[in-house]
Ligand binder design. Sequence first.
Ligand SMILES: *Cc1c(COP(=O)(O)O)cnc(C)c1O
Length: 401
Amino acid sequence: MTVNRALFDEVMVPNYAPSAVIPVRGQGSRVWDQDDKEYIDFAGGIAVNCLGHCHPALVNALKEQGEKIWHLSNVMTNEPALRLAKKMVDATFADKIYFANSGAEANEAALKLARRWALDVHGEHKNQIISFKQGFHGRTFFTVSVGGQAAYSDGFGPKPGAIDHAEYNNLASLEAIISDNTCAVMLEPLQGEGGVVSPTDDFIKGVRALCDKHNALMIFDEVQTGVGRTGELYAYMGLGVTPDILTSAKALGGGFPIGAMLTTAEIAKHLKIGTHGSTYGGNPLACAVAEAAFDTVNNAEVLAGVKERESFVKKRLAEINEKYNVFADIRGEGMLIGAELTEQFKGRAKDFLNAAMEKGVMTLVAGANVIRFAPSLVIPMEDLSQGLERYEQAVAQIATA
Ligand SMILES: *Cc1c(COP(=O)(O)O)cnc(C)c1O
């Protein structure tokens, strides 16, 4: 069988447009394709591979658990899930954990819990969910409707109701629609897909205050920002604001699918027996790998290393920009960095991504105007430096064309 990009068009549903390159192996922050061409990975499987590829701690956890027990279902609990939950509770504001298999599922659980909490505690009228334009919360029908891009949620028939959108970093726009009928406000403590946009201090604290005023739950979607990505274990820890519910996925499993919802005991008690569930959620194999990832990232040295790498990347991007004048803004936190293109290159983020791929460096975009970098949290400085050299060549090629 010839396994190549053409086979994708033949046998796969056409909802993705993958690159022509098919990677076949990875080690640390380097990846090789079918022709053995080498790439430096600044994409990290969309901010997932927090420890790069085939990190020994994760490989060991996978092998060890893989020879013990893979799956039980939630008819029984299991040791890796209990250990991981205990560690997450000890490290965060949360008292209780629910495991899912992805970010969207973790958010689905958070939204259902918020609705059930409001119904139990306040009554039927309190059902409004507010989120923000350009926000992204996953692709289930509930989460994509809560997400702030109509292009993703339109065209599937009637949507779940009582969902409204305010503008990120615009407190007045939230104040205008929040009321005692609001059950929850969901937001990313740094918008990832929406263009790598940090909240202002006034905004994030103001959202917390408005939630408190109206007895609404504050839900932080930390699917992209969680588990060390911003240089904090969770981004909320650097913001001086604590949510009522938090969701985690992506980096949590370091590449193995897992999601989690974290909350307080007071709120958690409304998710009674039978109200929600998942066949795979909290599966021992996923939890064993996630436990190893969580242990490795939840370490002062690793987290400090993320901040060091952030400074280095921002400095190098600024140097590249001095030469070629392609970026209007360089922003983000930790190993989640965005570079917004100038007016001259507006709409061409994908061209930069393709040029970089050709030069041997994998990157991401966040919309049509923002290039996104989400390397491993422990990427060796040498790989970071060499990857940025390659990136500079890609920028040069486009800027001087
Ligand atoms: C990626 C992402 C999701 C969706 O996660 P999946 O695992 O793809 O379901 C949700 N929220 C945010 C902020 C994300 O970045």
